[in-house]
Design a protein around this ligand. Structure first.
Ligand SMILES: C[S@@+](CC[C@H](N)C(=O)[O-])C[C@H]1O[C@@H](n2cnc3c(N)ncnc32)[C@H](O)[C@@H]1O
Length: 292
């Protein structure tokens, strides 16, 4: 009998390995970096507005590659600007990887850091306990709202930290992405207390329900998941675990569920070209202003 499905998220080292593999097979980071080169400068211009120092918070920054890319775009456009960068990341390995990326990247002398090995919620509690009055210019949450208990409350708290002209940048997959569709159809089986499938549409709905305005940018991207369909292929099984967010999906899901999911992944979540299966990984960047 198949064992109950366990969240991949609970096995941190497998989760991180599978996440890295997913990114290797994906155009997601490339699209995000293109966004940073082409669209982020306008967002930054509206934040900077004559300032020579910015307070930045990265929430769920992972190993920091995208954070440093954003800061390098800032530096290219404003070479005199200094930055205080607070990183909020609960995973010790990710935080360590971020710190080691910083130490091997030249030219980051304009940045000072505060490393917070904690969740977004713990950071909020600490901020309130310390009665911190500092205001923040730029806060980003890239693909991390899946991991918080209450996305609406998280957005509200971080938005409340923004200074005049400050911006909160959120990036989540869209409702029509593979995960958007998997979440809608199989949310109960695959997404759980640890990880929920919050889409950019969910975020926009939350913002609209509070009467908040935002700008959004669509980022089409895809992940080659062809190997997921080759039984016994180690990389494919790891990738499938990440796509379904289930530990050892092949071993723990019933043969019927496996067949159903394979079919769903091919027909609803992906497109097939030249014998390859490309999982839809479209996402959206949403930029929110300070609450006035
Ligand atoms: C999908 S990864 C995205 C990482 C990075 N932003 C990127 O795009 O490469 C989600 C990140 O959020 C972190 N995370 C998980 N739960 C969190 C929480 N409650 N608060 C803050 N970050 C969290 C994870 O450890 C992980 O590094």
């Amino acid at each position: 009998m198949a064992s109950p499905l366990k969240s991949l998220y609970l096995d941190r080292s497998s989760y991180l390995q599978a996440f890295k593999l997913f990114l290797e097979c994906s155009t997601g980071y490339r699209c995000m970096k293109d966004f940073m080169d082409t669209r982020l400068p306008d967002v930054l211009a509206s934040i900077v507005n004559g300032k020579s120092h910015l307070n930045v918070i990265g929430v769920g920054s992972g190993s920091g590659e995208l954070d440093l890319k954003m800061l390098s775009v800032l530096h290219q456009n404003y070479p005199q600007m200094t930055v205080h960068n607070e990183v909020v990341e609960p995973d010790p390995q990710q935080l360590q990887d971020y710190r080691s990326l910083v130490s091997r990247t030249p030219g980051l002398g304009y940045i000072t850091y505060k490393w917070n090995k904690m969740t977004a919620q713990e950071f909020e509690e600490q901020w309130k306990e310390n009665k911190t009055i500092k205001k923040v210019d730029f806060i980003h949450m890239i693909q991390m709202l899946y991991c918080v208990e209450d996305a609406g409350a998280t957005i509200s708290f971080y938005q409340s930290l923004l200074d005049r002209n400050g911006k909160l940048l959120i990036n989540q997959v869209t409702g029509d992405s593979g995960w958007g569709k998997l979440g809608k159809t199989y949310g109960k089986e695959f997404f759980n207390a640890e990880v929920s499938c919050v889409t950019s549409e969910d975020v926009k709905r939350l913002l609209a329900s509070k009467g908040l305005s935002y700008r959004s940018y669509e980022l089409p991207s895809e992940t080659d998941i062809t190997q997921c369909f080759i039984k016994g292929n180690e990389r494919g099984e790891q990738l499938l675990d990440f796509v379904t967010q289930v530990q050892h999906f092949r071993k723990s899901a019933s043969p019927e569920l496996q067949a159903e999911i394979e079919e769903f992944l091919r027909s609803e979540c992906s497109k097939e070209t030249d014998d390859k299966v490309f999982f839809n990984y479209n996402s959206e960047v949403i930029v929110v202003d300070r609450l006035n």
